[in-house]
Write a new protein. Structure first.
Length: 539
C-alpha cells in the first residue's frame, strides 16, 4: 500500500446534495425524516417498480447518501449487508465530501445522475466530477422498490474487489514522448489513456519522477494499472520514451472513431517498433494489444506461408476453389456470390479469399504444421512477448478434427489481436520476425522473443499475393489510391451469437504494417479496411 494512503473498498459513501429536474424538496425532506415504508407495514408488492416507486426509491437513496448515513443508504439497496460497510468506510476514509448529485431523467427503471465533489487530504484538495446511474428493482423478499447495488453506482469504473485510495501515488507520474520527443497525453490522444497508465505503473519508479497525492482506483487484478480519478498535488514526472509516432497515432485515433468497437495497431517492419495503437470501444480494454479473437481470412497469410514452406503448393501452383469443401463431416463455404474456380492458383484463391481452397489442403497439412509455422517462423503463441505493457502473443493450437481445416481460414481455435496480425504482416514482407515493442528494449534490457523468420522465396510470394489482393482482389476498394510498395489481406470472422461477422484487415505500405479489427463490422474491406488504409497513408 502506498505511503500515507487512506483506502476505501468499492461501494462506500459520498456525502450528497440532491438536485435536478423531477426531484423536488419532498424527496429530500421525506427521506431524511425517515419517511420510508417498512415491509411489515404494507402489503408486499410484486411486478416491476412503478414510475413513482422508482422516483421515491432513488430520491431516498440519494438523500441518505447526502446525509452521510451509510447504513441508511444501504437499506435502500437490495444488498445492504454489502453496501453498508462500504458506504461507511468510503465516507470516513476516502476524504470525499461536498458532494452534489444531480439526477437526470429516468429511462424505465434506470436513473442517470452526475456527481460533483471535492477530495481533501492533508491540506490538499481537488474537484471530482463524473456521471453514473442506478437501477431500481423489486426486492425479492420484501417487495420494496430498491436500488440494485453495484460498485459502479459509486463510480462507473469501479468493479467488485477494487479499492479507492487517497494518498501518495503508487507510482510517480511520467511524461511519455514519442520517437521524436513529442509529448503524448491522453487529452490529445484518448486511446493512449490506459496505455499511459500501464507505462506509468511499469516504468514510473525508474523514470526519475516523484509521486504526488491522488485519488485513484486500485484494481483487484494486479495486471491492471491504477486509474487516477483526481490529482490533489502534482508529482514530478519522469520521462519515458516510446516507439510511437505522434503523426501515425493521430491518424489511428481519427480512423477508429468511424467504427464502433474498433482497434488498430501499426508497426515498423524493419524494427518491430509500434508506431500507433488505438481503440474505440465502450470500455477501456486495450483490445489492440490484448484482444483474443478469431482473425478470419487475414490468417491466410500464415496459412499460405505454411503451404509454401512445407512444399504443398506455391503462389502459381494449384489451389482449386470449389463452391464447398467438406472436412471430417463439416462443410465449409465461401463468401456469398463467389464464383467457383477449379483451376485456381494459390495466388488467385488468396486474392479472392477463397475458403474452400485452403480447406481442401487440410488433408496434406499435418495437425501441427500451422502451429509450428506460427511459433517457429512468425514468433506467435509462446507467451514470451515483452512489448513493454501487457499484450497477447496469439494462439494457434494444434487442433484436430474439423478445427484443423477451420484454423487454416482463421476460425476454429485460432486467436489473434490486431498487434499479432500487424506483426504477421511485418514478418511476411521482411522475412524477419522482430518482436513488437512500444518502449525500446534499452529502457529495461528485457529479453525479447525470437523466431527464425521466412525464406526469401516465401517472402517474395507472400508480398506478390498481398499486392495482388490490394490491387485486384478483396482489398482493392479499401486500398484505392495507395502509393509506394503496398499490399493487404481482408478477413471476416464469424462469431456465435453475432448477426454480423467481425471485420479484419491487415496491410503494409513501405516500412509500415498495420492491422485492424471491428467487432460486427462485416466484411474486412468494409470497416477494418478503411481504418488500416488511413493509418498506412499517414505513415
Amino acid at each position: 500500500m502506498r505511503k500515507g494512503a487512506k483506502v476505501a473498498m468499492v461501494g462506500t459513501v459520498f456525502a450528497v446534495m440532491v438536485g435536478g429536474a423531477g426531484y423536488g424538496a419532498y424527496n429530500v425532506v421525506t427521506a431524511l425524516s425517515g419517511g420510508t415504508e417498512s415491509a411489515a407495514a404494507s402489503e408486499k408488492k410484486t411486478g416491476p417498480p412503478s414510475k413513482d416507486e422508482i422516483k421515491k426509491a432513488s430520491s431516498e437513496f440519494f438523500a441518505a447518501w447526502a446525509k452521510g448515513q451509510g447504513e441508511a443508504a444501504a437499506e435502500y439497496t437490495n444488498h445492504p449487508e454489502t453496501a453498508g460497510p462500504l458506504f461507511t468506510d468510503y465516507f470516513e476514509t476516502a476524504h470525499i465530501g461536498k458532494v452534489k448529485i444531480t439526477p437526470g431523467t429516468a429511462t424505465g427503471a434506470t436513473v442517470p445522475f452526475s456527481v460533483k465533489a471535492t477530495v481533501s487530504y492533508e491540506g490538499k484538495s481537488a474537484p471530482l466530477a463524473y456521471k453514473s446511474s442506478l437501477t431500481v428493482v423489486r426486492g425479492q423478499t420484501t417487495g420494496r422498490a430498491l436500488v440494485d447495488w453495484e460498485p459502479s453506482v459509486l463510480q462507473p469504473d469501479l468493479v467488485a474487489g477494487d479499492t479507492l485510495t487517497t494518498g501518495d501515488a503508487a507510482n510517480p507520474p511520467i511524461e511519455a514522448v514519442d520517437r521524436n520527443g513529442v509529448v503524448l497525453t491522453a487529452a490529445k490522444y484518448p486511446s493512449l489513456g490506459p496505455i499511459l497508465d500501464a507505462l506509468r505503473a511499469r516504468y514510473g519508479d525508474s523514470a526519475g519522477g516523484k509521486p504526488g497525492i491522488e485519488l485513484s482506483i486500485e484494481h483487484a487484478d494486479t495486471n491492471q494499472p491504477a486509474k487516477t480519478l483526481a490529482t490533489l498535488a502534482k508529482g514530478t514526472p519522469g520521462k519515458v520514451r516510446t516507439t510511437l509516432s505522434a503523426g501515425v497515432q493521430a491518424a489511428a485515433e481519427k480512423a477508429v472513431t468511424k467504427f464502433a468497437q474498433s482497434s488498430v495497431v501499426a508497426v515498423q517492419p524493419s524494427s518491430g517498433d509500434v508506431l500507433a495503437v488505438a481503440n474505440h470501444r465502450d470500455d477501456a480494454f486495450n483490445a489492440a494489444f490484448e484482444g483474443t479473437l478469431a482473425p478470419g481470412s487475414t490468417m491466410k497469410i500464415l496459412s499460405a506461408a505454411t503451404l509454401i514452406d512445407n512444399g504443398i503448393t506455391t503462389m502459381n501452383g494449384p489451389a482449386p476453389c470449389p463452391d464447398t469443401a467438406v472436412w471430417q463431416s463439416q462443410t465449409f463455404h465461401n463468401l456469398e456470390g463467389m464464383a467457383p474456380n477449379e483451376s485456381a492458383t494459390l495466388a488467385n484463391s488468396f486474392m479472392r479469399s477463397c475458403n474452400t481452397a485452403f480447406v481442401k489442403y487440410a488433408d496434406e497439412v499435418k495437425v501441427d504444421s500451422l502451429t509450428r509455422e506460427a511459433e517457429d517462423r512468425f514468433g506467435l503463441g509462446q507467451n514470451n512477448w515483452k512489448t513493454g505493457i501487457v499484450s497477447f502473443d496469439g494462439s494457434v493450437p494444434a487442433s484436430g478434427g474439423p478445427d484443423t481445416a477451420a484454423n487454416l481460414i482463421g476460425q476454429g481455435q485460432v486467436q489473434m489481436s490486431p498487434l499479432n496480425m500487424a506483426s504477421v504482416t511485418a514478418t511476411a514482407i521482411t522475412g524477419a520476425f522482430r518482436q513488437p515493442v512500444i518502449v525500446p528494449q534499452s529502457l529495461d534490457d528485457r529479453q525479447l522473443a525470437t523466431a527464425r523468420g521466412l525464406p526469401s522465396s516465401t517472402v517474395a510470394q507472400l508480398k506478390s499475393m498481398m499486392h495482388l489482393t490490394a490491387t485486384s482482389g478483396t482489398a482493392d476498394v479499401a486500398m484505392a489510391g495507395m502509393t509506394g510498395d503496398f499490399g493487404a489481406k481482408t478477413g471476416s470472422a464469424e462469431v456465435d451469437g453475432q448477426s454480423k461477422s467481425n471485420s479484419w484487415f491487415t496491410g503494409y505500405r513501405d516500412d509500415v504494417a498495420a492491422a485492424a479489427m471491428t467487432e460486427e463490422g462485416g466484411h474486412g474491406g468494409t470497416a477494418a479496411g478503411p481504418i488500416v488504409a488511413a493509418v498506412l497513408k499517414a505513415g
